[in-house]
Design a protein around this ligand. Structure first.
Ligand code: ST9
Ligand code: ZN
Ligand code: ZN
Length: 334
């Protein structure tokens, strides 16, 4: 990120008519002054509890797949609805709103996004946003929680199965997180996180089909419950693994994250990762607005309904200048 772009992010200028948040100081800008320590890396410490739980979850999800033929059409549709709600709780909520402050949400929208986020069960919003800011600031280093230099498996799921590298915690503790601490919706969700996950990630998805159209509790638990949860998790993790490994780098060839349309599709708009790491404050996380990007369409709809405002966007001129200065030559306009 150039000095000008950093300043724009922090100072509150106008982009394409959408106002930047005044005095925004979100720490999501890459810090190239950090150097990894010399000498041997700390030993990998497995967390067996997580290994066992993640294995059981994925076995449960496979069983959910087998149950698909015995589920009613309504239950399948409900599973898709649960997928979408939990996905938006991560993309429009934890990611674009709370990690990057790329737009402003009204109180009712924040409440919806926090509930949707609990349905996604990916750690509470505060922890998610904190880890995500460290990811942007120290990308592909020891201080990146899911450092893709450690390979596909580590970036995908492995990082949740071992103790964190000490630099992740050390650098994370120095981050400016006062905006999250001051957000009553974020802190309320954090205080009641476990209960909210039990209700929203497991009980509601299972009980709605049972109560309203007589689906069996077994199918309700394994399909809109475990299988949907596992699919959302893996779609999210693909952004950390696949989109840090495969795809073009039209905006900045000096960084690892890539443009990956398949990941964009499965992660409802979050696979344009070269663009996103280059311009992390852009609410669309892509140059191309709503294309393959349901989350951007959702935020636009919320703005239309008066529930959100102040979408930050990068100007076409800035994007073009950046493509010419640091792109890999693969950019296709329009
Ligand atoms: C999950 C998260 O899946 C997924 C996030 C993905 C991010 C994707 C980003 C891509 C872009 C967006 C795309 C969205 C696409 C969505 C598509 C949807 C279709 N800074 O953590 P501990 C402190 S979660 C500062 O135990 P260990 C911490 O506060 C899945 N401090 O570290 C604590 O302090 P204290 C479900 C930090 O022991 C102490 O350190 N959840 C930081 O190394 C120890 O913390 C799970 O599986 C930091 N960054 O354990 C659970 N980090 O003691 C996963 C830590 O004072 N978590 N601290 O309280 C764990 O079990 C553990 O964290 C661990 C590490 C085992 C992984
Ligand atoms: Zn990334
Ligand atoms: Zn991000």
């Amino acid at each position: 990120m150039t000095e000008t772009e950093t300043r724009i992010h922090h100072a509150g200028k106008q982009h394409n008519g959408d106002a930047m948040a005044e005095g925004s100081t979100v720490e999501d800008v890459f810090d190239d002054t950090y150097k990894e320590g010399d000498g041997p890396k700390p030993p990998r410490m497995l967390v067996w509890r997580n290994i066992i739980l993640m294995s059981l979850l994925h076995i449960g999800a496979l069983y959910g797949l087998i149950l698909i033929p015995s589920a009613s059409v309504l239950t399948l549709a409900w599973s898709a609805v649960c997928f979408l709600i939990s996905a938006l709780g991560v993309t429009a909520g934890a990611h674009r709103l709370w990690s990057h402050r790329s737009y402003k949400a009204s109180f009712p929208l924040k409440v919806f996004l926090a509930l949707a986020n609990s349905m996604a069960f990916q750690n509470d919003i505060y922890e998610w946003a904190r880890d995500h800011r460290v990811h942007h600031k120290y990308s592909e280093t020891d201080a990146d929680p899911h450092n893709a230099m450690r390979g596909f498996f580590f970036a995908h799921i492995g990082w949740l199965l071992v103790r964190k590298h000490p630099d992740v915690i050390e650098k994370g503790r120095k981050l400016e997180l006062s905006d999250l601490k001051a957000d009553e919706v974020v802190m309320f969700q954090r205080r009641h996180y476990k209960l909210s996950v039990v209700i929203l990630c497991f009980l509601v998805p299972m009980l709605v089909p049972w109560y309203f159209w007589g689906e069996s509790l077994l199918v309700g638990y394994f399909l809109p419950g475990l299988l949907r949860y596992t699919v959302v998790l893996n779609a999210t993790w693909l952004v950390n693994s696949a989109a840090h490994m495969w795809g073009n780098k039209p905006y900045d060839k000096t960084i690892n994250p890539r443009e990956n349309p398949l990941v964009a599709f499965s992660a409802v708009g979050e696979g344009f990762h070269n663009y996103h790491h280059t311009f992390p404050f852009d609410y669309a996380t892509s140059e191309f607005g709503c294309r393959l990007n349901l989350t951007t369409a959702f935020i636009d709809l919320m703005c239309f309904l008066g529930l959100a405002k102040d979408r930050k966007r990068v100007s076409k001129e800035t994007i073009l200048a950046r493509i010419q200065r640091t792109g890999d030559g693969s950019h296709k306009s329009g």
